[in-house]
Design a binder for this molecule. Structure first.
Ligand SMILES: Cc1cc2nc3c(=O)[nH]c(=O)nc-3n(C[C@H](O)[C@H](O)[C@H](O)COP(=O)(O)OP(=O)(O)OC[C@H]3O[C@@H](n4cnc5c(N)ncnc54)[C@H](O)[C@@H]3O)c2cc1C
Length: 446
């Protein structure tokens, strides 16, 4: 009998699992449905470069319908799973909710931004986890420079030129570095602003940054950022953002026009809300075979799952792309084996190390014991991540973007208007009408 496999989430795990199934499943063996609210997979390690302008944002997104041609891709959100009944509540982007029936479930909904109850955070900060946020941030940096250069109000100007990033992990550090790279480039085109007018602060609660890397590389990065005039505050927390003013735990108040919240993620709440077995942090409990522990016909992997790390007994694999891609690929093969009644393979991968790009042709990389900094670290970051960009088309597009940015400098056009595209049109209808019918007749034709 044909099995119906439902994959919840079309990120790293969901897309690579589905790609594997597409290749391996024989006709009549299984059908696959992938559900994702966006309809595309985001290549998150290059999100910061999309902010900085060296990669076009669309080139870090792989449309699921295209990559998984022939498979059912539904755009919307699974709001609850009833695994006993083998059914999931699905809310499409438009129209009423539907019920999806399945035989085998793959939970791959990843993680969401960790929201802390800090006053003003939700209203005034910007997250950094999606293409929408990356585009918004890019426009924001450029719009703030334009605003600062156009006002004669010193307070507004100072606020516009002040940027705070909270979180010293990969995403926070890379976001800050690329925002600064973009601003340094754009400043060249604003006669009224000097580079030294801009104020950058990185706030990190622990005493080190980039915890995934060796401590030496974290220290090197702190020094490199400080040399670029970034005020790196270690052992410091954001305690309030009420009224848009960032208050830090050391008592400092920063009137910042832009505050980026990159203080980590937490597992998607879907598994816990659906009564599936989770650990105390909300991660779905997995076995080394990427099945859900103690549950039949259910699989999981990635950021939202607690997968045992067989190379470090007693520990779990970390929330990173390196594991997510490999787990997704194995998951595809294990699902095929499961459908055919064959034995599943355990997940075993020793973490290779990590890379981070810091803009300005700088980066840090750790591959096993090898540590690279500066230009070599930057080249390693680009080469490693380019290798994992999902399709040949996207790889070519990213390479072309880098070539263009290298030859002609980064693109600094500010398209904030896109975010309010409907306003201009509506304004045409609400604009003051001519005073009388006579005036209307005399008004020049458009
Ligand atoms: C800014 C940033 C930079 C990063 N840089 C690096 C890096 O340099 N190196 C590295 O190794 N890792 C990096 N990571 C981490 C890496 O991207 C993640 O570990 C990886 O994406 C996890 O894969 P996943 O499939 O579990 O989750 P995701 O890739 O996040 O996919 C989850 C998918 O599920 C969908 N979804 C969520 N809820 C639902 C629902 N209810 N119904 C249906 N679909 C749903 C989401 O829309 C998403 O598409 C970075 C992460 C971020 C945010």
């Amino acid at each position: 009998m044909t099995k119906h496999i439902l994959i919840v989430g079309g990120g790293y795990v969901g897309m690579y699992t589905a790609m594997g199934l597409r290749k391996l499943v024989r006709t009549g063996e299984a059908t696959v449905t992938v559900v994702d609210p966006r309809g595309y997979m985001t290549y998150l390690p290059f999100l910061a470069e999309a902010v900085g302008g060296s990669i076009e944002p669309r080139h870090v997104a792989a449309p699921l319908g295209q990559v998984l041609k022939g498979m059912r891709v539904l755009t919307g959100r699974v709001t609850r799973v009833d695994h006993e009944a083998r059914s999931a509540e699905f809310q499409p982007v438009q129209g009423p909710a539907r019920t999806l029936r399945y035989d085998i479930l793959v939970m791959a909904a990843g993680s969401i931004t960790r929201a802390l109850p800090i006053p003003g955070l939700a209203e005034h900060a910007i997250g950094f986890k999606s293409i929408g946020e990356a585009v918004h941030l890019r426009n924001r940096v450029l719009a703030q420079l334009a605003a600062a250069d156009s006002t004669d109000d010193e307070r507004i100007r100072r606020r516009a030129l002040t940027f705070v990033v909270v979180g010293g992990g990969f995403s926070g550090v890379e976001a800050l570095a690329e925002m600064q790279g973009l601003a340094d480039e754009a400043v060249r085109y604003h006669a009224g602003i000097r580079r030294s007018d801009l104020r950058w602060t990185l706030v990190e609660a622990t005493d080190h940054i980039l915890p995934e890397l060796h401590a030496d590389l974290g220290r090197w990065t702190v020094d490199a950022l400080r040399e670029r005039d970034v005020d790196v505050r270690l052992g410091t927390r954001l305690t309030s953002l009420a009224g848009g003013v960032a208050v830090l735990s050391d008592g400092t108040e920063i009137d910042a026009g832009t505050v980026v919240w990159a203080a980590g993620g937490r597992p998607s709440p879907l598994a816990a809300a659906s009564g599936l077995p989770v650990d105390r942090t909300g991660r779905l409990l997995a076995t080394e075979y990427l099945t859900v522990a103690g549950v039949e016909d259910a699989f999981t992997a990635g950021d939202g799952a607690a997968v045992p790390d067989l190379t470090r007994p007693g520990e779990f694999t970390g929330p990173n792309a390196q594991h997510a891609v490999r787990q997704g690929k194995l998951l595809g093969r294990n699902l095929v084996a499961y459908v055919r009644g064959r034995r599943l393979k355990p997940y075993r991968h020793a973490y290779l190390g990590s890379v981070a790009g810091l803009g300005h042709h700088q980066g840090v990389a750790q591959v096993y014991r090898l540590k690279l900094t500066g230009v070599l670290g930057w080249l390693a970051h680009r080469a490693y991540h380019l290798g994992w960009v999902p399709t040949a088309r996207h790889k070519a597009a990213v390479l072309a973007d880098w070539l263009l940015a290298g030859l002609f400098r980064r693109e600094t056009v500010q398209l904030e208007a896109i975010e309010h595209a409907d306003e201009d049109f509506r304004h045409a209808f609400t604009a003051e009408p001519p005073a009388s019918a006579e005036a209307a007749r005399q008004a020049p034709a458009a």
